[in-house]
Design a protein around this ligand. Sequence first.
Ligand code: MN3
Length: 200
Amino acid sequence: MYTLPDLGYEYNALEPYMDEQTMKIHHTKHHQAYVDKLNLALEKYPEWQNKPVTSLIKNLNEIPEDIKTAVRNHGGGHVNHSMFWKLLKKDTKINGEILKAINKNFGNFDKFKEEFSKSANSLFGSGWCWLVLNNNKLETVKTSNQDNPISEGKIPILGIDLWEHSYYLKWNSNRAGFIENFYNIINWDQVEKNYKEAMM
Ligand code: MN3
């Protein structure tokens, strides 16, 4: 059985950039629902229940046909949100290997930011925008719904949840404002860790 991971910080820890109520609902309702529906889908298939959820998402073509869509959506939701919570923290600075890699791949940090925001703003419908490692190069990609780049062999380093439930209480229809605001709460220490792990 999969379980909801702790946030590791308080629901109000990201104020004023991400509000307490959004964080609470997002974690205890939305993420919990992905976990519950994933467990429900796997009830008939105990052999799949004890694998790391990332391995289900990496190997979707091996999942039994009758639960493949449920695993893709809810397993993806579980993977994405488990990663997302760790990527949020106030007052961290980009540094180290990830800064060097961003400078190398995008020119400089502002150019990265411009490209990431442009990609995020151009997503149609619900989904995510990611910074991924693909063949040892950093690039930005978008995914629909709860799809994760690992299903396509790309390793996510950073991601932003662009579903309306992620911002609507505070930002209403101003998704661009939410995206610009996101740079205040990126946990660059975690991004650095993700990058180093991806490079191993
Ligand atoms: Mn979400």
